[in-house]
Design a protein around this ligand. Structure first.
Ligand code: G16
Length: 541
């Protein structure tokens, strides 16, 4: 019954010719020069239909974005029914379909392998970031969805985490919220305003926000309309003049450890930066000595954990799997020891990529995950939410226990549990700092980051680099790890690792050491070794 449809899809596919490129579903879906992505878009429309049917007709999301990458790139990723990243076993299908000569054959294969019931109707939610290539790509996607008889809803331009949120709302019959943009602002702002009202304070913090010239700049202005003047947000790099992610945005700030262009900053200003699709957030400021200070994803994670632990302790709720933090290899060593020793919270490590950290975090009742680059959120089990609800219902409203549980529940509503969300995370941070009465300098004093440095090395074929131990060690090419170990041994409190990026055609090098000079030198030496042993191209680092 579906075979004629597959033939039709293969016919339409000819209008979206595949370039001679090998595509691979990476850290966050496909990423490439926009010029090369039309066929991939059409085919992901096809796959989204199959995925929806395989998931019993639940809504599947598709986001057209290349997030932190330059404006001439684009990308696409699928969102699973609970708003989480596509199940890794389906990434193989995505890659096969993107590379297929015979589209119908791959579709048949997927349907057979997963015993897809063709009578189940499919529904797909679509959104895109502000890239100029996005609109035409949504058109290609829609053609893919329609070729297989699926229905779709196009949300237009959204921040990536907003689309993740819509998918979850739709598949929980509204229990998570209403699947509209207005519904998103309403749920989050309501929780934020409730927490503000519980604080008993009235001052209005001022934030300077770097919107990366992307969608986050547009959407935070919408969100601000719902905050009843409780926060004053100055949006810089709002896309009106500058280019997306160019010398601005969270990726730039993290990589170069400096302020973005397009912002006038004085010491003491509270600065925030989003990335191009608003799924990452970082804080930064200049201290009294006018030194740039970054408060990264690790820092945000520890702030959230400290807050949640305090509320948990006050309620006396006991949990089977407890509260924990998930980090990646990029986590600063100081944040790990602060979390373990000072906060007394277990720390797990997972591979880079939200899909990895997210699943690891599900092992806790309250799982806080953050990548150092600012991508993260918190996951709560039903058990902990139910226990908090019971306390609010059964205890006297004037008790510490009641208040703690009430705040905890508002936090659950404030947090977008589907994926890292710059807007929601920022409001969480603002809530915690407000309650503590902390400036960024107070927050920064919690622990001191070890000096660290990231670099990129370009090599002929980055797949020659194989890693193990949550990407903290390489197993290929031969001899690389031994050389890195030797270099690291020459420095104090040092650590370094290399891994192929899943979103850019580069190898990433990370180093940490006791001083700025030491870490810069270690990062350079490790980059040189990668260049020499793994087939570097272009200029030697
Ligand atoms: C994506 C992923 C992140 C990851 C980043 C870099 O971010 O969502 O989890 O940390 O890429 O990945 P890689 O080092 O493999 O290139 P974004 O903001 O680009 O979607």
């Amino acid at each position: 019954t579906m075979d004629p449809l597959f033939q039709k899809a293969a016919e339409v596919s000819k209008q979206h010719p595949k370039p001679d490129i090998k595509f691979s579903y990476g850290t966050a879906g496909f990423r490439a020069l926009a010029d090369n992505l039309d066929s991939v878009m059409f085919r992901m429309g096809l796959l989204a239909v199959l995925r929806s049917k395989a998931k019993n007709g639940q809504v599947i999301g598709v986001v057209v974005t290349a997030s932190h990458n330059p404006v001439h790139d684009n990308g696409v990723k699928l969102v699973d029914p609970f708003g989480e990243m596509l199940q890794p076993s389906w990434e193989r299908h995505a890659s096969e379909l993107a590379n297929a000569q015979d589209v119908a054959e791959v579709l048949r294969g997927v349907v057979t392998e997963h015993s897809v019931d063709w009578n189940v109707p499919a529904k797909v939610f679509i959104a895109r970031d502000t890239r100029p290539s996005g609109k035409q790509f949504v058109q290609a996607l829609v053609e893919g969805v329609e070729a297989l008889g699926g229905s779709h809803q196009d949300y237009g331009v959204l921040a990536t985490p907003q689309l993740h949120y819509m998918v979850r709302c739709a598949n929980t019959a509204g229990e998570y919220g209403e699947a509209t943009e207005e519904g998103y602002y309403h749920k989050i702002s309501k929780a934020f305003l409730h927490l503000r009202s519980l604080s008993g304070k009235t001052d209005v913090p001022v934030i300077k926000l770097d919107g990366a010239n992307g969608v986050g700049a547009l959407k935070i202005k919408e969100m601000a309309q719902h905050l009843n003047g409780t926060l004053s947000i100055w949006v810089c790099n709002d896309g009106s003049t500058g280019k997306l992610n160019e010398k601005c945005g969270a990726d730039f700030v993290k990589l170069h450890q400096c302020a973005p262009e397009g912002m006038v900053i004085t010491p003491g200003d509270r600065c925030v930066t989003f990335d191009g699709d608003a799924d990452r957030v970082l804080y930064f400021y200049f201290n009294k000595e006018n030194k740039f200070c970054l408060l990264d994803g690790d820092r945000i994670a520890t702030l959230m954990v400290g807050y949640l632990k305090d509320k948990l302790d006050k309620t006396g709720v006991s949990l089977e799997r407890g509260l924990g933090i998930v980090q990646t290899a990029y986590a600063n060593g100081s944040s790990t020891s602060y979390a373990e020793s000072t906060l007394g919270v277990p720390v797990a490590c997972a591979k880079t990529g939200v899909k990895h950290v997210h699943h690891k975090a599900e092992e806790f009742d309250i799982g806080v995950y953050f990548e150092a680059n600012g991508h993260g959120t918190v996951l709560f089990t039903k058990d902990v939410v139910d226990k908090m609800k019971a306390i609010v219902q059964d205890s006297d409203a004037s008790t510490e226990r009641h208040k703690a549980a009430e705040k905890f529940l508002s936090m659950v509503d404030l947090i977008n549990q589907t994926v890292g969300d710059a807007m929601s995370d920022m409001l969480v941070v603002e809530t915690i700092l407000y309650e503590k009465g902390w400036s960024l300098d107070d927050w920064g004093a919690a622990y001191t980051d070890l000096p660290n440095r990231q670099r990129k090395v370009t090599i002929k074929d980055r797949t020659v680099i194989k890693t193990t131990d949550s990407e903290r060690k390489t197993t290929a090419p031969e001899g690389l790890q031994e050389e890195i170990d030797k270099l690291v041994a020459g420095y104090k409190s040092a650590r370094s690792f290399v891994r192929p990026s899943g979103t850019e055609d580069v190898v990433r090098v990370y180093a940490e050491a006791d001083t700025r000079e030491a870490v810069d030198s270690l990062a350079r030496e490790v980059s040189q070794i990668v260049y020499d042993l793994a087939g570097g191209i272009g200029e030697r680092p």
